[in-house]
Design a protein around this ligand. Sequence first.
Ligand code: UDP
Ligand code: MG
Length: 328
Amino acid sequence: MTATAAETLATPPALALSVVIPVYNEAENVEELVSRVHAALADRDFELILIDDGSSDGTGALIDSLAQTRPWLRPVLLIRNYGQSTALQAGFDAARGSLIATLDGDLQNDPADIPELLRILDERPDIDLISGWRKDRQDAAMSRKLPSRIANRIIARVTGIQLRDNGCALKVYRREVIERLRLYGEQHRFIVALAVEAGARLMEVPVRHHPRTRGVSKYGIDRTVRVLLDLLWIRFSMRFLHRPLHAFGTIGAMLGLAGFAVLTWLAFDKLVLGEDIGQRPLLFLGMLLLLLGVQLVATGVLGELLTRIYHEPQGRPQYLTRGTPRSE
Ligand code: UDP
Ligand code: MG
């Protein structure tokens, strides 16, 4: 029987730990990855979920054949390349562990760090999410580390969450955190902000990092623009998701009022002073401002409607509470 994503997540955790790793064209790394994860966790109750994100280099078949002899390895094979966030989400939907660990499939993260993160989580019931910090990062300084340092500053500023390293894939979550999230687009980079927004209490712990020795990075410098756009969405959704009319309406009302003032002034010129206003640039400015204002307010009203559609038919509450409510 096939279960839908929602059903899978709703079933109670069947084991202690799910390790979730998305891979895209990592045929050269998969076998060693699988054996390193196993070496790190062999004595535990765990599963490894490898999501093949539509690879074209045989990664999927390789994962399948490795899984034949390893009952703890569960392949999720996506039909095409959806991108890292969706691949991660597919892994989360399949995960059955009460803790969920993620890392990259290119061996830059070290599976041997997972036990230490699990130990910390075990000792700290007040923490829901441990995020790795690549303290000694092994990537090119100019093309990778510098942009990433700037991005970390901006992200901290915009989201208000002080994280030294947003780009580290090695993280361990309590299951409840993952159940409250959905990843779209490329928003795995902001997963910590999304998690904290959903109530997760966070801790950052230094982890090892290795250079990529096989395969190539799947991203170039063009990701910068996409990161900025995603950041815009994160900021908007953190502040205005439940009140879009305030976001659009405020600007709309200001522009509209300015336009109204300009047109009133021109009407006064025309009607009282009898001046000719047809050629005045101010006339166009006033009309433009008023129109823009009305449009923005209308967009805000539509946004309010969408917010209700988003929450109500889906039975999605607009708030989250800590712990599980007691049912009588
Ligand atoms: N990845 C994926 N789908 C994609 C791109 C990347 O599943 O469309 C995987 C990739 O195989 C790796 C991880 O996401 O396991 C991180 O990718 P990469 O190492 O290329 O990113 P970088 O470390 O250079 O930021
Ligand atoms: Mg990498």
